[in-house]
Design a protein around this ligand. Structure first.
Ligand code: NOJ
Length: 558
């Protein structure tokens, strides 16, 4: 049987606003991306996932779409986009587009109509409810703060927005909405796109009634997430989408799914059920947060990470497929979050990459990860641009938190950590733009940049190249069965992957100590080959291995 192409692919995510500006307006654009395709081809990635490039008023940087079939002016034209697609295809690479259909922008023509009157033909494209006792229809909060309901003067009722009030939720109950979405997907697929990353796709099925969530002390609004995540008709909708659209094309699909469990992910990605190829889960991204959410900082416990990733590897071993990521445009930079972004920046970035890329699933690399870009610490809230960060700042102020504590949380967790401009070289603005960048450049660009990484054969970039190329040459990396070893070791994350006679032994020292481990008994007396390591390793090992800070090694044993 031939394996689906997305199973041995590596995906590279581009956040267009911050990747490369070609015209000096301070905002990245599509011609900028085209100018960097050699860089991406050389890295060896197979697929580009492009965060939204559609027409948008940019309340949430393009995740609020006002026209699904138009390219945003600041990013270029449809001709530019077509050139990007052609250039990728001529290099044997693929293009996956972001599909944002839980909500539109409030400036989308459908919503402009819908809000005008109760009998407007587009009215039922969105979710409207009357107020309750002079208040919102339910006490749900929006993921960006405040109520999830917005009052509409014209019609005297409220619409639902799980994100900002400029992102009204679409009503998937309405068959006309589903048909519009499928139509639009076909339109892009007919243009030649190779798949979709589906934004919060497990939020699209809403409950029949909107019950109040359990309020937390001192909070005005409560979470409704248990009612709208993985909602009542979600599997029907995804299966229908598959039947109507996806089954007709050779594409890859990945559904972004906050609140998905391994059990549910098996359902979403079981090939026989015909829904999606893989999902983005979030459990491992929540391990360094306290009970009140992402802004409550808590150090990561390695044991929690091992337990979590192992659970996901095992759950999707036979049925379904994993996506593998530590970074994206919503997450702080992993090297700052889980590694050491000063003394051991290179070592820890390579270790994290090893840990992830040797697992079973499709790895995702987020722009700048391959050169070890770090979090940024802007002094003032005025330097931040992200709507979630700005709203959270105001909320934390209202709750009486100190400026210092708030900024500590923002420095650690703001989505803007991932959105500072890509660092290309040591020239002004890191070579990203000749104009004024829309968000500040991380001042460490003079040390951390692509030019330096390309020139240094020992760089993080070259290490990623090797990791990516190993996947192409060893089936065990794609298909091998995962098993955690040294389960209780407090510093080392080690696992094996086994396929037939071959075993891959992956050893990662997660901290800056120098722990030792014994070469596994059952792998003794066999031929061993060191496939990759982030330090110089002298001799093949059979007994005790002493690791350096953040050391990572991968052996092939047979
Ligand atoms: C998830 C996206 O990744 C994020 O950037 C966006 O703000 C929300 N969905 C809303 O579309």
């Amino acid at each position: 049987m031939t394996r689906a192409w997305w199973k041995d692919s590596v995906v590279y995510q581009i956040y267009p606003r911050s990747f490369m500006d070609s015209d000096g307006d301070g905002i990245g654009d599509i011609p900028g991306i085209v100018s960097k395709l050699d860089y991406l081809e050389n890295l060896g990635v197979d697929v580009i996932w492009l965060s939204p490039v559609y027409e948008s008023p940019n309340d949430d940087n393009g995740y609020d779409i006002s026209d699904y079939k138009k390219i945003m002016d600041t990013f270029g034209t449809m001709a530019d986009w077509e050139e990007l697609l052609d250039e990728l295809h001529s290099r044997g690479m693929k293009l996956v587009m972001d599909l944002v259909v839980n909500h539109t922008s409030d400036e989308h023509a459908w919503f402009v109509e819908a809000k005008q009157s109760k009998d407007n033909p587009y009215r039922d494209y969105y979710i409207w409810r009357p107020g309750k006792d002079g208040k919102e229809p339910s006490n749900w909060y929006s993921n960006f703060g405040g109520s999830a309901w917005q009052y509409n003067e014209e019609t005297g009722d409220y619409y639902l927005h799980l994100f900002s009030k400029k992102q009204p939720d679409l009503n998937w109950e309405n068959p006309a909405v589903r048909e519009e979405v499928y139509d639009m997907m076909r339109w892009w697929l007919d243009k030649g796109v190779d798949g979709f990353r589906m934004d919060v796709i497990n939020f699209i099925s809403k409950p029949d009634t909107f019950e109040d969530g359990e309020p937390k002390p001192g909070k005005k609004y409560a979470s409704g997430s248990s009612q709208y995540r993985n909602g009542p008709r979600i599997h029907d909708y995804l299966h229908e989408m598959h039947q109507e659209v996806l089954s007709k094309y050779d594409v890859m699909t990945v559904g972004e799914m906050p609140g998905v469990t391994p059990e549910l992910a098996r359902l979403y990605t079981d090939e026989a059920r015909e829904e999606l190829n893989m999902v983005f889960q979030f459990e491992h991204m929540g391990l360094d947060s306290g009970p009140s959410g992402k802004w409550e900082l808590k150090p990561l416990e390695l044991r929690d990470l091992k337990e979590n990733l192992t659970k996901w590897q095992e759950a999707l071993e036979e049925v379904g497929w994993n996506s593998l990521y530590f970074n994206n445009h919503d997450q702080p930079r992993a090297v700052s979050r889980f590694g050491d972004d000063t003394r051991y920046r290179k070592e820890s970035a390579k270790m994290l990459a090893t840990l992830l890329h040797m697992m079973k699933g499709t790895p995702y690399v987020y722009q700048g990860e391959e050169i070890g870009m770090t979090n940024v610490s802007f002094d003032s809230i005025d330097d931040y641009r992200d709507i979630e960060t700005l709203n959270a700042y105001d909320e934390m102020k209202e709750e009486g938190k100190s400026e210092e504590d708030i900024m500590e949380s923002i420095h650690a967790k703001s989505r803007d950590n991932a959105r500072t401009p890509m660092q290309w070289d040591t020239s002004e603005n890191a070579g990203f733009t000749t104009g004024e960048p829309w968000i500040g450049v991380n001042p460490n660009y003079t040390d951390v940049n692509a030019e330096e990484a390309l020139n240094d054969t020992d760089s993080i970039y070259h290490y990623y190249r090797t990791l990516i190329s190993l996947r192409k040459h060893h089936d065990v990396i794609v298909d091998g069965k995962y098993a955690l070893i040294l389960e209780d070791h407090p510093e080392i994350y080690a696992y094996t992957r086994t396929l037939g006679e071959e075993t891959l032994l992956v050893i990662c020292n997660f901290y800056d100590g120098e722990p030792e481990l014994d070469w596994p008994e059952d792998l003794r007396g066999k031929e061993q080959e060191l496939l990759i390591a982030n330090y110089l390793v002298e001799e093949p090992e059979e007994t005790t291995i002493k690791l350096c800070p953040y050391e990572a090694r991968v052996y092939l044993v047979k």
